[in-house]
Write a protein that binds this ligand. Structure first.
Ligand code: SF4
Length: 332
């Protein structure tokens, strides 16, 4: 964050270290609290850099208290949403990498917004730091970070990768790589480049269909130019090199992709692959006619009986439209 500032002010390494300790580890809530720096340097910092590029416009907490959704405004007056989900000892933050999303998957509220803005590294980090500071007030901390909010990370590759480097950097947030998950709809070329960076985070693929034809319908913008054949070529190579399991997210939509034959086709697609299927109950979001499936347990059963690891994702924050596929700021 302060690379340029450090250069123009000829900061010594120990001063950069002091900044990183205060900003990322002590989680100061303003530059005034950076007491290891001189008053003059703090004043210069305040003049030249924003403590956060995002401003909080609104916070909402679900009735059961488990989920807090925050509406942020960017410097360009666009809006994004981020979500904190609490579950026993886990505090998972879901971050956005764009305002809106250009991919336009036909079941996703965010996709209906189109793309407003691509976030930079700092704007992605600001979301995480906001929740880290809030949790610190409760003597708690973030345990997991998922890149599953608004936007397609592979269409914002460099900023997303830099933000991951910052959160896992031992001099900064020092977050465990194993507790960071990046979810992508599968832009093959950029996914290959991302995996080549060896950032060590978990990878989840938004699959949502057991075959090319249905994927072309549900996720037309990404699917047609990034076929399942090409996608699996990249993923199979990654698994071969790293022995890391890929998670496949599959949102179950009634009468669309939730039949017994869909489940059997998914088994065939993933058989022999190091895979975990994470079934997501469709969150009705008021934008579409799609309905939640009644077949979730049956679908899971077919996968499990055929040797495919399969879990059902717990849904958080449906009452505040903070659940998967519901993030949208069209009410502003
Ligand atoms: S599902 Fe993901 S990639 Fe598709 S439109 Fe929504 S945010 Fe974009």
């Amino acid at each position: 964050m302060i690379n340029e500032f450090a250069k123009t002010h000829n900061l010594k390494k120990y001063q950069v270290d002091q900044f990183n300790i205060g900003y990322y580890k002590t989680l100061i809530s303003s530059f005034d609290e950076l007491s290891t720096w001189s008053k003059q340097l703090r004043e210069d910092l305040k003049k030249e850099l924003l403590f956060s590029k995002l401003t909080v416009e609104k916070t909402e907490t679900s009735n059961d208290g488990s989920t807090t959704k925050v509406l942020f405004k960017t410097g360009k007056n666009n809006y994004i949403e981020s979500v904190l989900m609490r579950d026993k000892s886990r505090n998972t933050v879901c971050v956005s990498c764009m305002s809106g999303c250009p991919v336009g998957c036909i079941f996703c509220a965010t996709g209906q917004m189109g793309l407003n803005e691509i976030l930079d590294e700092q704007e992605i980090l600001d979301q995480i730091l906001y929740f880290a500071r809030e949790l610190k007030k409760e003597n708690s901390s973030i345990t997991n970070i998922v890149y599953m909010g608004m936007g397609e990370p592979m269409l914002n590759l460099e900023n997303v990768a830099q933000s991951i480097e910052a959160i896992t950097d031992t001099d900064k947030l020092a977050f465990s790589k194993r507790r960071v998950t990046l979810s992508t709809s599968g832009y093959v070329q950029n996914l290959r480049a991302f995996l080549g960076k060896n950032l060590g985070v978990k990878v989840a693929i938004s699959l949502h269909a057991p075959n090319q034809k249905l994927r072309d319908i549900l996720m037309p913008n990404v699917s047609k130019n990034n076929t399942l054949i090409d996608l699996f070529e990249v993923l199979d190579g990654y698994v071969k090199d790293t022995n890391k399991r890929i998670t496949y997210e599959y949102v179950l939509i009634k009468g669309v992709n939730d039949s017994i034959s869909d489940a059997k086709e998914l088994v065939e697609l993933l058989k022999g692959r190091l895979a975990l299927v994470n079934l997501i109950n469709y969150n009705e979001n008021g934008c579409f006619e799609f309905k939640k499936s009644d077949n979730t347990l049956l679908f899971q059963d077919i996968l499990l009986k055929n040797g495919i690891n399969c879990t059902i994702r717990k849904s958080y924050g449906g009452d505040i439209k903070g659940a998967c596929g519901q993030l949208s700021v069209n009410y502003i």
